[in-house]
Write a protein that binds this ligand. Structure first.
Ligand SMILES: *Cc1c(COP(=O)(O)O)cnc(C)c1O
Length: 231
């Protein structure tokens, strides 16, 4: 089932990207394996899936020794600064940096680990009170602070927009994130100057996100099926 889902998804990504005049290789698929057992990660990995998304530090800690060494973990959940060390050790990218405090903690741990880490700044693009992320207006100030932290590679922006019944509204959120990222890029921000990463789009809305410039999509249900409930 997982193999078939990945194959279908790749087809959809390719068709959507090409229709939008983009190259399918410019859209990275992160398979969100939260609440699924490591065996699911192994199944996907055997199909060539390399990037995985995890939301909970404790769950990640439990899984990490059994995750295939070649797999790359994106942390996509809310990260408390007191858990920064674990994330810094085990992740390929932290997509949810939303404070200078967290960023400094990460940087300090990375200094000791003698490594660099890719991060994204999480933006609360819909101004949703229940969602994490910084306000769009505050992004520039945070990026200024992050520029001082040598062990962080600030690659772009991530968002989880509010759930909308109207797809035009969802598209509007993605467009706003993209415009914000482009504006900041033009001001000289982001470590990787060849591209800005935009992590946006999940199982329900990834085609719209690809049309609006997503370079990373985070897909769980459409690969692994219905998630088991939280324990
Ligand atoms: C769970 C989760 C996803 C995946 O959602 P699906 O609807 O299952 O594709 C993507 N991004 C984040 C931040 C998540 O928490």
């Amino acid at each position: 089932m997982i193999a078939l889902n990945i194959e279908n998804l790749k087809g959809q990504i390719a068709i959507t990207a090409e229709k939008a005049g983009r190259s399918p290789e410019d859209v990275k698929l992160v398979a969100v394996s939260k609440r699924f057992p490591v065996s699911a990660i192994h199944q996907a990995y055997q199909c060539g899936q390399l990037h995985f998304g995890e939301n909970y530090i404790q769950e990640l800690q439990g899984k990490v020794s059994e995750i295939p060494p070649g797999a790359k973990v994106h942390f996509i959940g809310h990260l408390q600064s007191n858990k920064a060390k674990i994330a810094a050790e085990h992740c390929h990218m932290i997509e949810t940096v939303d404070s200078a405090k967290l960023a400094k903690k990460l940087n300090n741990h990375l200094l000791k680990l003698e490594k660099k880490l890719k991060i994204l700044v999480q933006v609360n693009i819909g101004g949703d009170q229940n969602k994490a992320g910084i306000a769009p207006e505050a992004a520039e100030k945070l990026l200024d602070e992050l520029a001082e932290l040598d062990h962080l590679e600030v690659c772009g922006l991530m968002t989880i927009p509010p759930v909308e019944s109207d797809t035009a509204k969802t598209r509007g959120h993605f467009v706003r994130l993209r415009k914000l990222g482009d504006k900041l890029y033009n001001k000289g921000f982001f470590t990787t100057r060849d591209t800005v990463e935009f992590s946006m789009g999940m199982s329900q809305d990834f085609p719209i996100a690809i049309e609006e410039g997503a370079t990373i999509i985070r897909v769980g249900t459409a690969i692994f099926g219905q998630r088991p409930p939280l324990l």
